[in-house]
Structures are given as structure tokens and as C-alpha cells.
Design a protein around this ligand. Structure first.
Ligand code: GLC
Length: 434
């Protein structure tokens, strides 16, 4: 190829890339509702907890002030006891069920009464570390740090009061992986009757075959009814919970977040706070090892009603690497991923494609989610396995370039499915491509 032709090809590629970066930025701008992003227009018209952590990092690639604002907006919903809710209902909308009236949480802004995986401290540390405007980064990290301390204390007090090491999740929505087959058996014990009349709105926006089934929805709402009756009080919720799991993803994400908080405590905290965080880190490292599943070659969640490990391989099972845990198991985990990869065209499917319950188009029962890929790749990279990390990154970027920043992707066909123009998918693209 002549030099000219080569230069032309390279600049052509660069142009396509630049266009895609522009599009990804445009999606955050379009989904901005004034200091916070909705995950996508209509299907999810409020601010979601872990979505916003990734979205803040996405903003951080081109607008640092706006990145910090995403987080302060989310924290407007934080409760006095430290809980950071799954949803903050900043403004009314009829496009989503269950809305504030069903949750019955009397606060301003209104919020739901459960939480989501605690990625926030990791996002704050990322923005603090990478911020080019140092004064802005220091000031924001310092003012947000106490809210993170309160939140991590909440996890322990509310979800591991006996200090056994693993935190409990009381609703599949708290795992962020709503209808994962890992929850099937535990969810089957939850009754289907509801006090709240069910008026699903999601299936008006997205094909029902890509969403949770009706039966799952009834159990989801039954759980909301139970916890609302418990007055959203952590001890009463734990006692009343008909669904209680130690989600491997939530626990791994929390362990990572604790270490990011510890790094910030070195700058903004006290000796007592540092000692307290170190103690939780040590306890969680030990406890996480109880979730190793030899047969799956993977970590797995535990049903806290039966104390059995749930024998379903999910993408969350790779996340202990994201927490700097299990470095000595990295090769086994890479081999497991390679086995999965042989059955699909792109990685990482949310459910083991060799599992009978694998459904490549149905939400968390098979599709690829960019945010989970970002965390898994980060974990493999930290162990020195650049090949696996690059494969995950390359697949994710290729999927988004070809199909746009969809909510999730079919791992067999590569199709972009669920909602379109998703804030967190666009953010992962920005973090990886810039
Ligand atoms: C769905 C996903 C959850 C996400 C939310 C908003 O409920 O399962 O993980 O946070 O949508 O995007």
C-alpha cells in the first residue's frame, strides 16, 4: 500500500472513531435531564444508582464538572442511614412502573427503598485519580467522601449485621441483574400475589421477549409489598425477606469499592475510618472465597435461605478479579471464559451459554452488558492477562460500533437489543475509545 493510501485508510478509521465518540457524547447530552442522566429516554425516566456511577466516568472523559454533578445528583437521594437508593425520582413520569406511589417512601426527592451494586466509590476514585482539573477533583472528592463512608457503613449494618462477611441482597433488582437464572430457585419461593396492582410499562417500550416474564414481575412486586409493609426499616426487612442472596457481583463490587474508599480515606479520612475500612476489606476477602465453585470453574452466588451455592454460571462470577481477589485463580477463570467463548461469537454472555437456561436475547439470561464487561476486563488486566482483557474490550467496542450503544447485545448474533441509546453503554464506549 502506498503511503498516501495508508494515510487515507488511517485517517478514515480515525474519522469513524471520532464520529462514534461524538455520537456517544451526544447520547449523554440527550439523556441529560439537568445534572443527571436517565439510563435511556422513556423506558427508564429517572436516575438509577449504578448506571450513574458508570455515566459519571463517561462524562469524565469530556466534561469533568458534569461528571461530578452526576454523583451529587444521585446523592440527593441518599437516606440518613446511608442507603443510596436504586432509583431517585427527580421528576414525575408515567413511563415507568413501579413509580414513587408504589414504593411509598416519603422523601424529597422521592426514591425507591432498595439499593443497587455499590460501584459509586470506584467511580469517585476514578474521577479523583484521572481528573485533569486537580482543584475540582480534590474539592469534589473531599466533599463526597463522607457520603461514601456512610454508605459503606450502611452495607454492613443493614445487610451484614452479624458481620459474617458477605452482604445480603433482598430483591433481584438490587443485584442489577434482575432476571438472572441464578435467582430462579430463590425467586420461586416468593409468592406471586401482590397488593399493588401490576401495570407494567416496560413491555410497551421494548419487545416482551427481551424482558422479564410476567410471573417474575409478580414476585418482584410481591417483594416490594413486603418491604413497604416493613416500613423500609433494614432490620425488619432482613427479618421479613422471603428472598435473600449473597450476590457474588454485589460482594465483589463492594470489596473493590471498599479498597477505593480506603485510598480516598488516606487523603480525606481519619485513622479510625481507615482501620474500620481495612477490617471490612479483610473480612470480605475471606468471605468471598466461600463463593468459589469448583465445578463451574467460577465464583457463584449463595442462597442465604438455604446456605447453598447457586450452581449457575453468570458473568458476575468473574468479578472477584475486579476486587483484586483470586489472582491465583485468574488462569482458571480465563479458561472458563474461553469455554464460554467457544459457544458464542462475542463475550461476555451474562449466563454460561452451556447452561440450559441460557437465552441469548432475554435481558440477564444471556445477553452481553457493556458495564459488566468493563469490570471483568479491568480484573483480568490487573492480573496481567492482557489477552483476555483485550478480547473483552475489543468485542465490546466492536458491538457498540456496529449496533450503537444498546442496552445489551445478543452474544450469538451481535445484535443490539433492549432499549436504544443507553447512557451507560455510551459511557463504556467513551472510557474505552475516547
Ligand atoms: C434494569 C437493569 C439494571 C439497570 C436499570 C437501568 O433494571 O437490570 O441493572 O440499572 O435497568 O438501566
Amino acid at each position: 500500500m502506498s503511503n498516501d493510501a495508508e494515510a487515507c485508510r488511517v485517517s478514515g478509521e480515525a474519522e469513524t472513531r471520532r464520529m462514534n465518540v461524538e455520537q456517544a457524547r451526544a447520547i449523554l447530552l440527550a439523556n441529560d435531564r439537568g445534572g443527571y442522566c436517565v439510563p435511556t429516554a422513556r423506558l427508564y425516566p429517572f436516575q438509577w444508582n449504578w448506571d450513574s456511577a458508570f455515566v459519571a466516568m463517561g462524562w469524565g472523559t469530556f466534561d469533568e464538572a458534569r461528571a461530578w454533578q452526576e454523583i451529587t445528583s444521585l446523592l440527593k437521594g441518599q437516606w440518613e442511614d446511608g442507603l443510596i437508593p436504586q432509583i431517585v425520582f427527580h421528576a414525575p413520569s408515567d413511563d415507568y412502573f413501579p413509580g414513587p406511589d408504589v414504593w411509598g417512601v416519603r422523601r424529597t426527592p422521592a426514591t425507591s427503598g432498595i439499593t443497587q451494586p455499590p460501584v459509586l466509590a470506584t467511580a469517585v476514585r476514578h474521577l479523583w485519580d484521572t481528573g485533569r482539573d486537580r482543584a475540582l477533583a480534590e474539592a469534589n472528592a473531599a466533599s463526597i467522601y463522607p457520603a461514601l463512608v456512610r454508605n459503606h457503613r450502611w452495607w454492613q449494618a443493614a445487610r451484614d449485621p452479624e458481620r459474617r462477611g458477605l452482604v445480603a441482597t433482598l430483591h433481584p433488582w438490587e443485584t442489577g441483574m434482575d432476571n438472572s437464572p441464578a435467582w430462579d430457585a430463590a425467586l420461586a419461593r416468593v409468592p406471586m400475589d401482590t397488593v399493588t396492582p401490576i401495570r407494567r410499562r416496560d413491555t410497551a417500550h421494548v419487545d416482551a421477549a427481551m424482558r422479564p416474564r410476567g410471573e417474575e414481575y409478580q414476585r418482584f412486586i410481591h417483594l416490594v409489598d413486603v418491604y413497604r409493609d416493613a416500613g423500609w426499616d433494614p432490620a425488619r426487612m432482613l427479618a421479613a425477606s422471603p428472598f435473600r442472596v449473597a450476590d457474588v457481583a454485589t460482594n465483589a463490587i463492594l470489596l473493590r469499592a471498599e479498597q477505593d474508599l480506603l485510598a480516598m480515606a488516606g487523603r480525606f479520612g481519619t485513622d479510625t475510618e481507615r482501620a474500620e475500612i481495612e477490617e471490612r476489606v479483610a473480612r470480605l476477602h475471606t468471605a468471598l472465597e466461600r463463593l468459589w465453585h469448583d465445578g463451574l470453574g467460577l465464583y457463584a452466588s449463595m442462597d442465604l435461605m438455604t446456605h447453598e451455592i447457586i450452581s449457575v454460571g453468570t458473568s458476575g462470577g468473574f468479578l472477584p478479579l475486579f476486587a483484586g481477589h483470586a489472582r491465583d485463580r485468574a488462569a482458571t477463570l480465563a479458561a472458563t471464559l474461553a469455554r464460554w467463548a467457544a459457544r458464542v461469537s462475542r463475550v461476555v454472555p451474562s449466563t454460561d451459554p452451556g447452561f440450559t437456561g441460557f437465552e441469548p436475547k432475554r435481558y440477564w439470561r444471556g445477553p452481553i452488558w457493556a458495564v459488566v464487561n468493563w469490570m471483568i476486563a479491568d480484573g483480568f488486566r490487573a492480573t496481567g492477562d492482557a489477552a483476555t482483557a483485550d478480547r473483552i474490550r475489543g468485542d465490546t467496542v466492536a458491538l457498540i460500533e456496529a449496533a450503537g450503544p444498546s442496552e445489551y447485545f445478543d452474544p450469538v448474533t451481535g445484535e443490539g437489543i433492549g432499549g436504544a441509546d443507553f447512557s451507560w453503554t455510551a459511557s463504556i464506549f467513551l472510557l474505552w475509545v475516547r
